[in-house]
Design a protein around this ligand. Structure first.
Ligand code: HEC
Ligand code: HEC
Length: 292
């Protein structure tokens, strides 16, 4: 239901919620508008966001930690067609999509994404896990939220954590793999708190072969018994592409008899990230931001 009214309400709703009364309004309308405006102005950013969400019928608040995980998955698998912020490219904008707006926490979207609409150019993502697809769903909900709650989004989402708690969290959960070195000056390495947050949740994998500390590597045993090892540039259930140490590219079909062993240095980090709650995420970002 709510996804039907959404696009029509989108523009009007924001104006009404923001309390900017239109000049065409009747006397009563103007008074109500003024009242709404007064109330709106005394609200905290959280209350404003909640009011907007309720007014537009956006459903429950997106899970922001899941959405942060979904960001990179979306950039890798979907942005090419739908645009980096899901606002459309060769594929449609997903901000006003019925499939997205009719979903709360992935219960419909996950099934849709597994099926896709191959006949219309939307691939099936049958091999992605439910968890990954749920994270992508939360990412999409957060994009809708970002458009709806334009003014409050940034204030609400970044640097609202408790730095002291974040420090405790980092000591307890991150130093099993990292030394303090990783976090020295980390706050200065990013241009904004959002980039910092994205940077520690999903560290970037440099494309060049120089820095191999984060590269996905694989060893492939072919059917004729030879072994190819190198950096993975593409992988699917059917095919793997590697660049070996000499810089030569190999494309191998994953047929029966071909053995593929993939090593992803970031796998452990990503597994850890899957256990983060919203609060943990906010606290850790607030703490790392202090490490200038
Ligand atoms: C190769 C291009 C391509 C890629 C990659 C792609 N999509 Fe799509 N997607 C499309 C096209 C084209 C449509 C429109 C299909 C139609 O007309 O019914 C679509 C439709 C959709 C819809 C339904 C929109 C609606 O309400 O009708 C959703 C949701 C969606 N895509 C999400 C995703 C997500 C999430 C990913 C990544 C996991 C993704 N897409 C990857 C091309 C793509
Ligand atoms: C289970 C092991 C593990 C845990 C736990 C872990 N990480 Fe990582 N992390 C890694 C690995 C492996 C890498 C990739 C190699 C590298 O860059 O050091 C990485 C990379 C990073 C990077 C990028 C470093 C750079 O120089 O580009 C940051 C930042 C980071 N992790 C932050 C964290 C934070 C914050 C936590 C705790 C909330 C955490 N990690 C927990 C294993 C882990």
């Amino acid at each position: 239901m709510r996804h039907r009214v959404f696009p029509a309400l989108f523009a009007a709703g924001l104006v009404a919620v923001a309390g900017i009364a239109g000049s065409q309004e009747t006397q009563t309308g103007a008074q109500e508008g003024a009242q709404a405006q007064a109330t709106y102005q005394t609200m905290t950013p959280e209350q404003r966001a909640a009011a907007t969400r309720a007014f537009l019928g956006l459903g429950p608040e997106p899970d922001k930690a899941a959405a942060a995980r979904g960001t990179t998955l979306f950039q890798q698998n979907c942005a090419f067609c739908h645009g980096p912020q899901a606002r459309g490219a060769t594929g449609s904008s997903l901000i006003t999509s019925d499939e997205v707006l009719g979903d709360d926490h992935g219960e419909h979207l996950v099934a849709f994404l597994k099926r896709g609409r191959p006949e219309k150019g939307m691939p099936a993502f049958a091999t992605m896990s439910d968890d990954q697809l749920t994270d992508i769903a939360e990412f999409l909900h957060l994009q809708v939220e970002a458009v709806a709650n334009r003014g409050t989004y940034h204030v609400l989402n970044i640097l609202v954590g408790n730095a002291a708690k974040g420090q405790v969290y980092v000591t307890e959960h991150c130093t099993s793999c990292h030394t303090a070195e990783t976090f020295v000056h980390i706050g200065s390495r990013f241009r904004s708190p959002e980039q910092l947050q994205r940077g520690w949740i999903w560290p970037v994998r440099p494309n060049d072969s120089e820095d191999s500390s984060k590269a996905i590597v694989a060893t492939v045993k072919t059917r004729n018994g030879s072994t190819i090892a190198g950096r993975v540039t593409q992988v699917s259930d059917f095919r793997i592409t590697l660049v070996d140490h000499a810089g030569e590219t190999h494309v191998v079909e994953r047929e029966p008899g071909v053995r593929v062993e993939i090593k992803d240095p970031l796998a452990a980090h990503q597994q850890m990230i899957m256990t983060l709650t919203n609060d943990d995420m906010h606290n850790v970002t607030a703490y790392l931001e202090t490490q200038k």
